[in-house]
Design a binder for this molecule. Structure first.
Ligand SMILES: Nc1ncnc2c1ncn2[C@@H]1O[C@H](COP(=O)(O)OP(=O)(O)OP(=O)(O)O)[C@@H](O)[C@H]1O
Ligand SMILES: [Mg+2]
Length: 386
């Protein structure tokens, strides 16, 4: 056997040890014998393949047990025929749409004869989500950099137009027609200027004034800002934030901006009627949603949901909403959610969206109670300051 052990430990009951080891592995393990029966399956494999974890699976044919995972059946089915077995390959489980990374190896006896095959695999959902966030960061940085340059270059000629139009206006006080034309030029220039300012505000690095902040207060400020900025109509807003939620290390104003933008979007989506629910809770474990900022340690985390029962979004829309300048609105600049994301990132938090057409939209903001110290969000460090 190609497993090396100390003589002392080899004398112990290694079978039990191996069983515990495989059972508790964080990778999924499923092994079959040559006749196609399952020899062993561990808890992670049961979770991923959605199988009962009660010991009823071993002994059964893998083709029957995994009938709703045709790709896995195909991989296992080829184990004894393939010249080279897949190593670090990926496939997507059809039942749950989960990506897994897997390695298939033959189980050989002491004579080298293959008596079975073992599939080792890992849930790639988190890796995929992380890659997606990285891609988005890169995209944001690239778009931001370009927008900064364009806005900066437009700023000067625009100021020139405003000054010259002002001069023209003063030069011809007796020409009412000309006065009105020049006023139009000035108001258009003012509009262009406010777009430039908005873009510049977006591309500027987020600088946080971190202090112990009450989430309830930030949400209350956001609600009154959203109420004054958008006609709310008969929309019912319900806020449920536990009184004992800890204060979070964050920038009150920027946090308020996050919830203001989310609320305004919800009000737009609801178009005068429906519900918005804002709820918050504390999370300590990964299952509850706690963050792992350094990839190892869980940190106490506040999870805030802003959910509406509006029209929701199609998946092809939902995947673009955090892109700067993506909007489906006539009057939208498409920067609202890009700014939200930038602020959440600066707090070392996360924002996720769950939405389905006709079933409303839920934004989940996840923030560490104590964000690790950080000078500037990495994705904007390179951005030119204007
Ligand atoms: N709660 C929601 N329900 C449905 N669609 C939404 C919701 N929130 C955002 N969206 C979609 O996401 C798009 C982008 O939102 P974002 O806030 O970034 O820009 P915007 O609202 O269009 O413009 P603005 O810059 O004025 O905020 C919206 O145009 C809309 O299509
Ligand atoms: Mg918006």
């Amino acid at each position: 056997m190609a497993v090396l052990m100390s003589p002392l430990h080899a004398a112990l009951n290694t079978d039990v040890f191996f069983r515990h080891m495989v059972g508790n592995m964080r990778n999924g393990v499923l092994a079959i014998a040559r006749d196609g029966s399952i020899v062993l399956v561990n808890s992670e494999a049961c979770r991923l393949f959605d199988l009962p974890n009660d010991g009823s699976i071993p002994g059964q044919p893998f083709r029957t047990v995994l009938s709703n995972q045709p790709d896995v059946v195909r991989v296992l089915g080829g184990a004894f025929e393939m010249a080279t077995l897949p190593n670090r390959a990926e496939l997507r489980l059809t039942s749950t749409n989960t990506a897994i990374g897997y390695t298939l190896s033959l189980v050989r006896n002491d004579d080298g004869y293959p008596v079975g095959a073992a599939l080792l695999f890992k849930d790639l959902t988190e890796v995929e989500e992380m890659e997606e966030r990285e891609r988005l960061r890169d995209r944001l940085a690239a778009v931001g950099e370009m927008a900064a340059v364009v806005a900066h270059e437009i700023k000067n000629p625009l100021a020139g137009i405003q000054v010259l139009a002002g001069l023209l206006k003063r030069k011809a006080p007796q020409h009412p027609e000309m006065q009105s034309l020049v006023s139009d030029i000035l108001s258009e220039a003012k509009m262009a200027n406010s777009i430039v300012q908005e873009v510049l505000a977006f591309v500027r690095p987020v600088r946080l004034q971190v202090a112990r902040t009450s989430l309830s207060e930030a949400v209350a400020s956001a609600l009154s800002l959203a109420n004054s900025g958008t006609p709310r109509g008969a929309i019912d807003v319900n806020v449920e934030i536990p009184a004992d939620l800890p204060l979070i290390g964050s920038d009150h104003h920027q946090l308020t901006q996050v919830f203001t933008n989310l609320l305004i979007n919800a009000f737009h989506a609801l178009d005068g009627r429906g519900h918005v629910d804002i709820t918050a809770r504390l999370a300590h474990t990964a299952d509850e949603g706690a963050l792992q900022p350094d990839g190892r340690h869980l940190t106490p985390t506040v999870v805030i949901d802003v959910a509406d029962d509006g029209p929701g979004m199609r998946p092809e829309i939902a995947e673009k909403i955090f892109n700067p300048f993506f909007t489906t609105k006539q009057q939208g600049s498409g920067l609202g959610l890009a700014i939200v994301r930038k602020i959440v990132d600066a707090h070392e938090g996360r924002i996720d969206v769950t939405s389905a057409e006709g079933r409303g939209t839920r934004f989940r903001v996840t923030l560490p109670v104590d964000p690790p110290p950080r000078v500037e969000p990495a994705e904007f460090r390179k951005t030119r300051q204007v």
